[in-house]
Ligand binder design. Structure first.
Ligand SMILES: Nc1ncnc2c1ncn2[C@@H]1O[C@H](COP(=O)(O)OP(=O)(O)OP(=O)(O)O)[C@@H](O)[C@H]1O
Ligand SMILES: [Mg+2]
Length: 260
């Protein structure tokens, strides 16, 4: 490729998050990724299977956003390990953008840039204390990664971080029925909802077939088919409950006597 071709390719990655993602993963973006990366909704939620690309996609979005001046991207994950892993994906995406904007501060979880923008990946903990003090406005993003595993108290404490012009994104595998993420998914019509199901993607067919063979059916239903679950292990497996129902008409005692 000549210099002009390389220049145009870089320009595309800098302006189009889908192109940046495709460059990083080395293949075409899925429909759900396009929708998630290009959504302009003030509050969008993506319900997604395991290993489908949640963190990678979030990292690309974070990097793309802070390439613009004065934008904060605050990403809350359930645990410290998840925040650290996600921050690495954000950094990788930032480096792939190849911009000359200097970092003014870099820690295990925070990157502040000379253009006034910052990516902050912090563990949500039990109360969201680690996110106190940050504000997200004017094109900035407040992202809940694996939001179905973040306690409701954290949402109560952190939703006010979003200010005028900021957007909230929640991306997660299904979790507990009745939690904040579940209520949002089933009860809220204003939130944009995006579904990312591994069983719909040819690129994941091999993994899906493997997990279907070896995972317990309920785990497979949650992690691949996006079924919300109860808090603990159910007393009856969902398959057993399903088998207990039939389409046959109810048999009344008097029908049995009449037939005798
Ligand atoms: N469109 C795509 N095409 C091919 N590979 C992809 C695509 N999107 C993501 N991947 C790859 O899928 C793998 C899993 O990505 P990632 O870690 O972001 O998934 P995840 O959903 O966060 O996983 P987990 O459920 O473990 O948190 C990575 O190797 C990533 O590069
Ligand atoms: Mg992940």
């Amino acid at each position: 490729m000549n210099d002009l071709g390389i220049f145009l390719q870089r320009l595309e990655r800098r302006t189009d998050p889908t192109a940046l993602l495709e460059h990083i993963v080395g293949g075409p973006a899925d429909d759900w990724q396009r929708k998630f990366l290009t959504s302009s909704s003030p509050f969008a939620m993506c319900l997604a299977s395991r290993r489908i690309g949640k963190s990678q996609t979030t990292g690309v979005l974070a990097a793309q956003t802070v390439s613009m001046p004065n934008r904060t991207v605050l990403i809350l994950s359930p645990t410290l390990a998840q925040s650290t892993l996600l921050f690495k994906k954000c950094l990788q995406a930032w480096h792939e953008l190849g911009l000359s904007i200097q970092k003014t501060r870099l820690t295990q979880q925070v990157m502040e840039l000379a253009n006034g923008s910052a990516i902050v990946c912090v563990p949500a903990g039990q109360d969201g204390e680690s996110a106190r003090g940050w504000g997200v406005k004017d094109g900035g993003l407040l992202i809940y990664e694996e939001g179905a595993f973040i306690p409701d108290a954290v949402f109560d404490a952190t939703l006010p971080i979003r200010e005028e012009g900021g957007r909230i994104l929640l991306i997660t595998t299904p979790g507990r029925v009745g939690g904040f993420a579940h209520r949002l998914w089933v009860d809220n019509d204003e939130v944009e909802k995006i579904t990312a199901r591994s069983t719909d993607l040819p690129r994941m067919a091999d993994k899906v077939a493997f997990d279907r063979k070896y995972q317990p059916p309920l785990t497979f239903a949650i992690e691949h088919e996006l079924r919300w679950s109860g808090g603990g292990t159910p007393f009856f497996a969902p398959e057993t409950i399903e088998k207990a129902f039939t389409d046959m008409p109810e048999l009344k005692l008097r029908d049995i006597y009449a037939a005798a």
